[in-house]
Design a protein around this ligand. Structure first.
Ligand code: OOB
Length: 542
């Protein structure tokens, strides 16, 4: 069986242990200890459910036994695609208890993505809810199984049809394996996918638990805190910054918000007295707008975290006045490094910067395109290395060579400046993805789908500034044969079975792509020019 690993050079691992970042903590023990210490305290609320720490633990044990009884073997990978509901946690901790490795897919992912994850991870299992947002995940599972031959077991929450029903799982303590090692990979997270398809990010117990233990502290979580997961909980931000994992670590209460729209979220904030939650900038804008005529009492909310994409200072400045709470900016990535503005930072820092790293051992380098450090205060490419930043993606030799320097720094693709106080200000990015309301869309991945259309000769996908989404995608297309309509291109993208956020927002037909006298220009250069042409209003309308 394929092994999933993540290792740091020995001298680094020793330093991270000596400094007390890596404490040998593991997920199964983390929940078991809390369930023993305060069994009756409420751990998670949502969808009419209200589970104590003790109950979550028992449910996870039952889930673990069920997974193992199906024939899944410790060390195997299991894709989890579940929205924001308490069962997300009983499934995931069930997998941890069983020594299985969750692969966190988003509810928006469709066949193309699921099959890709399954094949890359050689996943043996797939856990879904029967339906969600009007979509039937059993139908998706049926299709995925055909194309991903390693998938042996599908487990469904709710109406299982021909698959195994999660609710039918029964406890069997004898089945549970021994504890994993803290340096083992605990799960696979999904990368934003800046070039091509999303990559799998193996995170160890030690490194990840450090990141959310420290995050919980930075965000002031304790047993009186109520953390609401409003963004899809499989994302690294609501998962661990401090997210649901940081909340469990701190013995806080978690509220699973099924949808981040202001009405749903405000009602839950009032009802559950939520103290902290995290949003992407477009949602923060919507909440600020909705708060003006909100009937709900939001006074319990102390901290609104905003991250995933750049939050503009003008908007950031309005948070306190509109929502009556403090803003915390969060600039992180599933690969590791997370920056926060601190709760006691002066307003100017909170409004103008994207925070500073969690750890004193997060190494941050800001370099020019030749790899040389830029002068202090200048903008450059952000490279990072540290106690919770990966050294390699899973099963991606090519991407690993591009994404990491020889001495193990991760090339984030972000362009940043550093203030004299050590805070980072995100200026933009060097790689070609579209950050659409926090969802990262790879230009290359979309171009590949467009090129498969019989009437598309060539395509280049670029990001266009969008007042609301931050960025939206625009596909420039050179047609061949009969020129299709823009709507037909979008419909085509939908037949490719990809997440809806990958469908280009705009389509423009052009006669050709301008090339230089020297001949061919790089895709990157081409995208930059098309983007500029669009902004200059010169692109020919399709
Ligand atoms: C978070 O993680 P990912 O993996 O979905 O995306 C990471 C990328 C960063 O490299 C950067 O390009 C962008 O998202 N980003 C931001 C940002 N936060 C993330 N760009 C500007 N300002 C920000 N505040 O998005 C993520 C993971 C953990 C915590 C928060 C966000």
């Amino acid at each position: 069986m394929m092994r999933v690993s993540q290792t740091w050079p020995q001298e680094f691992a020793r330093r991270y242990r000596d400094k007390g970042y890596w404490r040998g903590e593991i997920f199964p023990k983390m929940l078991r200890e809390r369930a023993a210490a305060f069994p009756d305290r409420i751990a998670v609320v949502g969808g009419g459910e209200r589970w104590s720490y003790g109950e979550l633990h028992v449910r996870a044990e039952t889930a673990a036994a069920g997974f193992l009884k199906l024939g899944l073997k410790p060390g195997e990978r299991v894709i989890v695609q579940i929205g924001n509901r308490p069962e997300f946690l009983s499934v995931v901790f069930g997998l941890f208890y069983a020594g299985l490795i969750p692969v966190y897919a988003l509810p928006a992912h469709r066949r193309t993505e699921i099959v890709h994850f399954a094949n890359r991870a050689e996943a043996a299992g797939y856990v879904v809810a029967d339906r969600g947002d009007g979509f039937d995940y059993r139908a998706l599972a049926r299709e995925a199984k055909v194309e991903a031959p390693t998938l042996r077991h599908v487990v469904v929450l709710g109406e299982a049809e021909e698959f195994s029903r999660f609710e039918d799982f029964e406890p069997d303590p004898a089945l549970l394996p021994g504890d994993p090692s803290p340096s083992d990979v605990a799960f696979l997270q999904i990368s934003g996918g800046s070039t091509g398809l999303s990559k799998l990010i193996p995170r160890t117990h030690d490194d990840y638990i450090y990141s959310f233990r420290a995050s919980a502290e930075i965000c002031g979580l304790d047993e009186s805190s109520v953390y609401m997961a409003a963004l899809p909980v499989a994302h690294n931000f609501p998962m661990s910054s401090p997210g649901v994992m940081g909340a469990l670590y701190a013995g806080s209460r978690i509220v699973m918000c099924p949808s981040p729209d202001a009405q749903t979220a405000f009602a839950l904030i009032e009802q559950e007295k939520v103290t902290i939650t995290g949003l992407v900038p477009p949602l923060a804008l919507l909440w600020m707008q909705a708060a003006a005529n909100a009937k709900h009492d939001l006074s319990s909310l102390k901290v609104l975290q905003v991250g995933g994409a750049k939050f503009m200072p003008e908007a950031a400045r309005r948070v306190r006045a509109t929502l009556g709470c403090q803003l915390q900016q969060v600039f992180g990535m599933a690969e590791g490094l997370v920056n926060y503005t601190r709760l006691d930072d002066p307003d100017e820092i909170v409004v103008e910067t994207q925070g500073r790293p969690i750890s004193a051992d997060d190494e941050v380098l800001i370099v020019d395109d030749a790899g040389q450090p830029v002068a202090e205060g200048e903008a450059g490419n952000l490279l990072t290395r540290g106690p919770y930043t990966i050294r390699a993606y899973h099963n991606e030799p090519g991407a690993n060579a591009r994404s990491f320097t020889e001495d193990g720094f991760y090339r984030t693709g972000d362009v940043v400046k550093r203030t004299p106080e050590g805070y980072l200000v995100v200026q933009g990015r060097a790689t070609d993805h579209i950050n659409r309301a926090g969802e990262k869309v790879s230009a290359e991945e979309i171009e590949d789908h467009l090129l498969a259309h019989p009437n598309v000769f060539d395509a280049a996908v670029v990001s266009i500034p969008d007042e609301f989404l931050g960025e939206r995608s625009c596909a420039f297309i050179i047609a061949q044969g009969e020129k299709p309509k823009g709507a037909a291109i979008k419909a085509w993208m939908r037949t490719r079975n990809v997440a809806e956020f990958k469908v280009p927002d705009q389509i423009r037909f052009v006669d050709g792509f301008e090339t230089t006298a020297v001949g061919k220009i790089s895709r990157k250069e081409l995208r930059a020019r098309l983007r500029q042409a669009f902004l200059d209003g010169q692109a020919e309308k399709g």
